[in-house]
Structure formats: C-alpha cells, structure tokens
Design a binder for this molecule. Structure first.
Ligand SMILES: [Ca+2]
Ligand SMILES: [Ca+2]
Length: 446
C-alpha cells in the first residue's frame, strides 16, 4: 500500500471515528431512553460505500459487543471479512468494528475477532444499556441479576446454575421460579449490599435500565466485577440486550430460541392487525396504579415497556401525543376522551397472577371500577370492555403475551384460535419447565 493511499485512508477512518463519536450516545442522561439510544446503533453504520461487502443488518437486533463489525446478531467470520474490508478501504467504519477498543482498526482487531469466533477469547467488551463499554472476563461462571424481571429473563436462557444472588423482589414476587435459598443482595437494583456481593464473587452484576445513572458508582464499589446495565425487562430493549447477554453467557442458542418464540407471536399480531384501517381501530385507555399510592396513571406509547406492548395491537392509545411515559390522570380527561376499551395494569403484582382464580380477578375488576363517578358513561365501561392485565405479562419475555391479550381483547374475531393463557402455559413449560396455576389477565376475551 503506498503512503498516499494510507494517508487518505487514515484520514477517512479518523473522520468516521469523529463522526461516530459525535453521533453516538456516550452518556445516558435519561435512564428510560438509555437503551433506546444504544439500540439505535445501526443508524451509526450508514455506509455510502457501494463496495461494502456482505453488510447485512436488516433486522434491528444488534449484538452490542466490540468485534461485531457488520452490526448483525453475532460475531463470526463475516466480521473478520468486514473488518479486513475496512482496513483495505472498501468497507466503512462501524460502531463495533474496533474489537480491541484502541480507536484504531487494524490486524489486531481481526485477530481478536477470530479468537472470539473460535471461542478462545479471554475477554469481551460489551456496550451496555447505558452506552458504557464494559470488559467481561470469559468464561462467565457466576452472575447476579439485581432486578427480578432480569432474573426471569436469564432463567429462561437456562442460567439457573450461574445465578448466585437475587433481589428481594424476586423472592417476594416471583417465588414460582424458585432460587429461594439464594441470598438477597439488593432491591430492584437499589441499595446494593456490596459486601455480600463481593463475598459471592460474581463475574457479572446486572442492573436494570432504571439504574443506568448509578452504574459507574456501583461499579466503583465492586472491583473485579463487570457491572452492566441491561434492558432485559423492557419490550424496547429486550431483543438486542438478550442477544448480547446470550453471547456473553455462552447461551446463544437459548437466546435465539427465546427470541424466535417472541418474534413469532409478535409477527402473528402484526399480520392479523396490519390491514385494519383507523376507523376499525377502537380507542383505548391504559392505566396503572403506582406503588403504594391509590392514584391511577395513564401509560403513553413512549413508555419503552408497557406503552410499547400496547402499540400495534389494533387500537389507538388515547394518551398518544402526551409528553412523558406516564402521567397522573384526571378522571375528567378520561371521561371526555370516552375510550372504547380500558386496560388496567396491575403493577402492584400481588392481587393477580400465581394462585389467583378468575373469581379473585372478577372481584378485583369490581374494585378497580368502584368509586369512579362518571365512568359509567365511558364506552369501555358501558360495553364491558374493561380488562385487567398483570404486569408479569407486560415485562420481560412475557411481553408478547400481554401484546396478544391487547390485540385479542380489541379484535376477538381476528384471534379466535389464539388463547393468551395457553401461550403463557407454553412459555412457563418450554423455558422454565414450570406449571403454575393462576390468572394473569381478566376477563379472557371470547
Ligand atoms: Ca457480526
Ligand atoms: Ca482496534
């Protein structure tokens, strides 16, 4: 290669690096949006080069690990080829091409990618849900998820023997999944018991997206531990973060299985509702009750978890266009909007789900609708189109069950052959080998 060409190439690479730095999310100012921006990484790999070989990132699922040069769902020989093309000048710089993280694309990156592909790499660098680069020593043996929905998702990958600690909420709210003898090291990623975590010697501690801003602080207190923020609980981020964790934990096959299970049902809803015109879509109001407060909040489509679960289910959220992810509701506003359907998200988690019968849920529905003057005039109430949804089928991999439930409630004629309760049983059996009696949604649409 002559000097001139090298200079031009170096110039191009430096330019692209600067561009990447300017356009990529470096810090997470808002925890709710942290994963969204991180997952928009494919926008950083737009290439003008016609010669870019074999560059396919058609899906929006990305493995967020350095060395995934072509931005798809895994690290393999295609990434070696792509990185070589960057070095030769025909391929454009991409977000994860710099496998060694030294701001230069060269043969060291190719070697590193080859080692990762052969399963011989001693460490990986992942980009977490807060946009932080975190080194992980391989192979990973012990992990601590500090948020119960993250724990559920990881259990679905068959990592039960890797988990050495959980959060208190996992024992309180998800006892059906076991791990009852494991120590509690946190509460939903808050007030982490550093001393106990260090005693358990985990390779990785996982924090939920809500703790993105505290991740660096927590990491400082946990030397020799990879502290990563992962959006494994939220519809918006679960696909890429699941792909990334599956790779890191040596559970790629299991992660892909869970992903296709989710995608098949997501696709089914899309296929059956995509021909609906706006006129054929009822309006809906989606609410949840916050913590110990006895106040209802409306969930907007901007909520990366619940709000997204309700989107593209053949209805129109009356909170569309409102600023924020959830807003305290003035009952008058709901009455005026007069939604055709009403969904109540039982976020408190103890009134529905495992062990609850349809009768329990019927009583709960009466309670939810009591003491709401004026609601008797709302279409949803008048026509008995008020539905209860347990948060467990909204967060984590079970979000597709909630998604189907929304769609079937509003369009029973399109989903006659689909029973969300059966799909729930299928999930528990297939991914957790569990049979759990309970009622997670009520009423079941006919
Ligand atoms: Ca790749
Ligand atoms: Ca490098």
């Amino acid at each position: 290669m002559n000097g001139m060409k090298t200079k031009v190439m170096v110039g191009i690479i430096v330019g692209l690096l600067l561009l990447t730095l300017l356009t990529s999310p470096v810090t997470a100012s808002s925890s709710a949006n942290a994963s969204d921006t991180a997952n928009l990484s494919d926008s950083a790999v737009v290439s003008d080069s016609a010669a870019a070989p074999d560059f396919v990132a058609t899906s929006d699922i990305t493995l967020n690990i350095l060395g995934n040069a072509n931005g798809d769902r895994t690290i393999d020989m295609k990434d070696v080829e792509y990185t070589e093309s960057i070095i030769l000048g025909s391929g454009s710089q991409t977000e994860f091409a710099d496998a060694t993280g030294d701001s230069s694309i060269d043969m060291l990156d190719v070697t590193r990618i080859e080692l990762i592909n052969l399963g011989k790499a001693k460490e990986l660098t992942l980009v977490d849900g807060a946009g932080r680069q975190v080194n992980v020593t391989l192979p990973v043996k012990n992990i601590i998820p500090t948020d119960y929905r993250t724990t559920e998702t990881l259990l679905a990958l068959g990592t039960g023997d890797m988990i050495v600690g959980v959060d208190r909420a996992f024992h309180e709210r998800m006892a059906e999944f076991g791990l009852l003898d494991l120590p509690e090291v946190s509460m939903h990623g808050q007030s982490v018991d550093y001393e106990m975590v260090l005693t358990l010697e985990p390779d990785i501690v996982l924090l939920p997206l809500s703790r993105a801003e505290n991740a660096d602080d927590i990491a400082r207190n946990l030397p020799n531990t990879a502290v990563v923020v992962m959006g494994l609980a939220s519809q918006k981020s679960i696909d890429s973060d699941l792909t990334t964790m599956g790779f890191v934990l040596g559970k790629e096959k299991e992660a892909n299985e869970l992903l296709s299970w989710m995608q098949d049902y997501e696709e089914l809803v899309k296929e059956r509702t995509s021909d609906l015109t706006a006129d054929e879509m009822p309006t809906f109001y989606y609410e949840y009750m916050s913590g110990s407060e006895e106040k209802w909040w409306v969930i907007t489509p901007d909520d990366p978890s619940a709000g997204q679960v309700a989107e593209e289910t053949g209805g129109l959220n009356i909170a569309t266009g409102l600023a924020g992810t959830s807003i305290e509701v003035d009952p008058e506003w709901v009455i005026e909007k007069n939604p055709d359907f009403m969904f109540a998200d039982l976020m408190k988690g103890f009134d529905s789900g495992p062990g609850k019968t349809e009768e329990d849920m019927e009583n709960l529905l009466t309670e939810v609708l009591s003491d709401r003057p004026g609601f008797e005039k709302v279409n949803a109430v008048k026509n008995n189109n008020v539905y209860l949804v347990d948060r467990d089928i909204i967060g984590g991999p079970r979000w597709v069950i909630g998604h189907i439930y929304f769609a079937k409630s509003m369009h029973p004629e399109l989903f006659e052959d689909i029973d969300p309760a059966e799909i729930h049983k299928e999930y528990l059996k297939k991914f957790h080998n569990l049979e759990v009696a309970g009622t997670w949604a009520y009423p079941l649409p006919e």
